[in-house]
Design a protein around this ligand. Structure first.
Ligand code: X8Z
Ligand code: ZN
Length: 605
């Protein structure tokens, strides 16, 4: 999602030093009326600055040029100036009795960076724009002096997804990862500036600021994410062990060792974050031909507009409105041939009213079919909370925003695909485990990656990890949590973490880990609301208006209430809880453990 909420790290700021100096402790305490007026005015200013910054960013990411880069950096800098100034002023009203809504807004306004020095502010905004542009434009050339051999990320990802040649995979992986060192120094400088801004606002560092976004202390948030990880770790371990055995069958034990980490280039994905592209080689032995959504979409030449139409129809089947005409006119759905764009999928709430858009280079694959539901989840959240006050037009927390579309995509079951004509037959009893395995390769495989990206950034921002150790720390975490290793020895001054979009664009990542847990909680609750009683992994809420109403009730709240209340509205629970994802995959866990025990036995013989 693009959505760079006004209160997040990307919108950094400043406060005039003179103001800070005049805020003497002896100044008379402001009145309630003054505080309410301040909140009212500040909200309007933030809204306007946010819209200007969004528009500039939209143009930049759709037409990457030196000029659009400058324009977006200028707008981002102005946004920082305004939000920083307001954040500092807001402090003056802390403790003044105000309405519950205003108290919430005052608090949110202060969850931001504040860079006092205008030169530093400009540098911060410039580096941010330049890094996402560099990421968007990056290409790897397979032959040094042959421009035709230069491929953008989308093409490199295709190779990672489909090739089974370890040498080709390794070269492609290394090729993409050789792009990010170009902006490593910029990143290190950016971290320094960002930290300055966090400290000036009273946080220990930017990581602590990010972790303060969940209505608990940064320490509590860290403990909370660790608790969730421990809940799901046994399931990940079972999937990982099974995957190792199957990969060994394909590549042999010279490429895939029997113990220790598995090289990262073998998982069908540039970051080894989802493994479903490996399904053809991981599918249960002896399973007769299995259904492949990518093949169907490709053979039928389903267009990006049609892919988006399928997703839209899912949302309208729940009783939600149709996408506005401007969505179709203004969104970017196909990768343009004539210019550089940031292809990483995103959703935009341009004017926080009806001008909603997405930007995505859609291809007819199962992966993009899921992603288009994900992006429309953001868009339907934007539309649901548009009547709220400007500062509440946001997700209950950022994990909620990421979970909406994924929750809907969990309802893209074989039965659903058959209903909409994308599948002729339903899986047989034996094939069902394959369907579930495929889902796990997407959702369970993602968990440690979703967790570790920000674990790494928390260490970087806290200063525990210095630029010289970026890669060392990155690979320690990759090995510890994912059980994977770099395909080749680390390089001097490498920057592998920077080869991930969210690092280059400084987008927090813990949100996706939370979303991976939350979407199953939402799915379980909505299926119950729909009166469904069968296994969770077969439930689809398609066309169920009752479930749709419940969903919509939560979406409409935006961030006007604590996220625990939003969670309660939909699930009746007030805690994030991994039992739903465990329930969903329970039959698979049993099956994986049986398979793994079988492998063990054979190995011992
Ligand atoms: O970045 C995204 C979305 C846009 S918010 C496409 N995702 C993460 C990623 O690609 O790494 C969705 C899942 C995780
Ligand atoms: Zn998203």
């Amino acid at each position: 999602m693009k959505l760079k909420p006004l209160v997040l790290a990307c919108s950094v700021l400043f406060a005039p030093v003179s103001w800070a100096q005049t805020a003497a402790p002896t100044a008379p305490a402001p009145t309630t009326a003054e505080a309410e007026q301040f909140v009212h005015d500040a909200e309007a200013k933030l809204e306007q600055a946010g819209i200007r910054a969004q528009r500039a960013e939209w143009v930049y990411e759709n037409f990457i040029t030196d000029d659009t880069e400058s324009i977006t950096a200028e707008q981002a800098e102005q946004m920082l100036t305004i939000s920083g100034d307001l954040a500092l002023q807001a402090r003056r009203f802390n403790g003044v009795p105000v309405s519950e809504a205003s108290a919430r807004k005052l608090q949110q306004m202060q969850l931001t960076l504040m860079l006092v020095d205008p030169t530093e502010r400009a540098a911060y905004a410039r580096i941010a724009a330049s890094m996402s542009g560099s990421y968007g434009k990056a290409k790897y050339c397979f032959k040094k002096d042959d421009p035709k051999s230069c491929l953008p990320l989308g093409e490199l990802e295709k190779i990672m997804a489909t090739s089974r040649d370890p040498a080709k995979l390794k070269e492609t992986w290394l090729g993409w990862h050789s792009q990010s060192p170009a902006y490593k120094d910029d990143y290190a400088k950016y971290v320094e500036l960002s930290n300055k801004g966090a400290v000036q606002m009273g946080f220990a560092d930017t990581g602590a600021l990010w972790r303060s976004n969940y209505e608990m202390t940064p320490e509590q948030f860290e403990a909370e994410t660790e608790r969730l990880w421990q809940q799901v770790k046994p399931l990940y371990d079972s999937l990982y062990t099974y995957t190792r055995h199957q990969l060994q069958k394909t590549y042999g034990d010279k490429v895939v060792p029997s113990t220790g980490p598995i090289p990262a280039h073998l998982f069908g994905n540039m970051w080894s974050q989802t493994w479903n592209n490996l399904y053809p080689i991981l599918k249960p032995a002896g399973l007769s031909s299995s259904y492949d959504l990518s093949k169907v979409l490709e053979q039928r030449k389903v267009t990006p507009e049609q892919m988006t139409g399928y997703a839209e129809r899912f949302y309208t089947s729940l009783g939600m409105e149709k996408l506005p005409a401007t969505f179709w006119q203004r969104s970017l759905l196909t990768k343009p041939k004539d210019r550089e764009v940031v292809c990483h999928a995103s959703a935009w709430d341009i004017d926080t009213q009806t001008d909603v858009r997405i930007k995505m280079c859609i291809t007819p694959t199962a992966e993009d079919f899921t992603t288009i539901h994900h992006e429309l989840g953001h868009v339907y959240y934007f539309m649901a909370y548009r009547d709220k006050d400007a500062m509440f037009r946001n997700g209950a927390n950022d994990g909620f925003h990421e979970a909406i579309g994924d929750t809907v995509a969990l309802s893209v079951t074989p039965e659903y695909l058959k209903k909409v004509g994308l599948r002729d037959t339903l899986p047989t009893k034996e094939q069902e485990i394959g369907t579930l395995l495929n889902k796990a390769l997407e959702k369970v495989a993602f968990l440690p990656f979703g967790y570790l990206v920000d674990k790494w950034r928390w260490e970087v921002y806290s200063g525990k990890v210095k630029p010289a150790d970026y890669d060392k720390a990155w690979w320690e975490l990759r090995q510890q949590y994912q059980g994977i290793s770099r395909p080749a020895p680390m390089e001097a001054n490498g920057f592998d973490a920077g080869a991930k979009f969210h690092v280059a664009s400084d987008t927090p990542y813990a949100r996706y880990f939370l979303a991976d847990i939350l979407q199953f909680q939402f799915h379980r609750a909505l299926c119950k609301e729909a009166g469904y009683t069968g296994p969770l992994n077969r439930c689809s809420i398609f066309e169920n208006k009752k479930a749709g109403e419940k969903f919509q009730a939560m979406l409409k709240m935006g961030s006007s209430k604590p996220w625990t209340e939003a969670l309660k509205t939909i699930t009746g629970e007030d805690k994030m809880d991994a039992t739903a994802i465990l329930d969903y995959f329970a039959p698979l866990k049993v099956w994986l453990d049986e398979q793994n025990a079988q492998f063990e036995k054979t190995a011992k013989k």
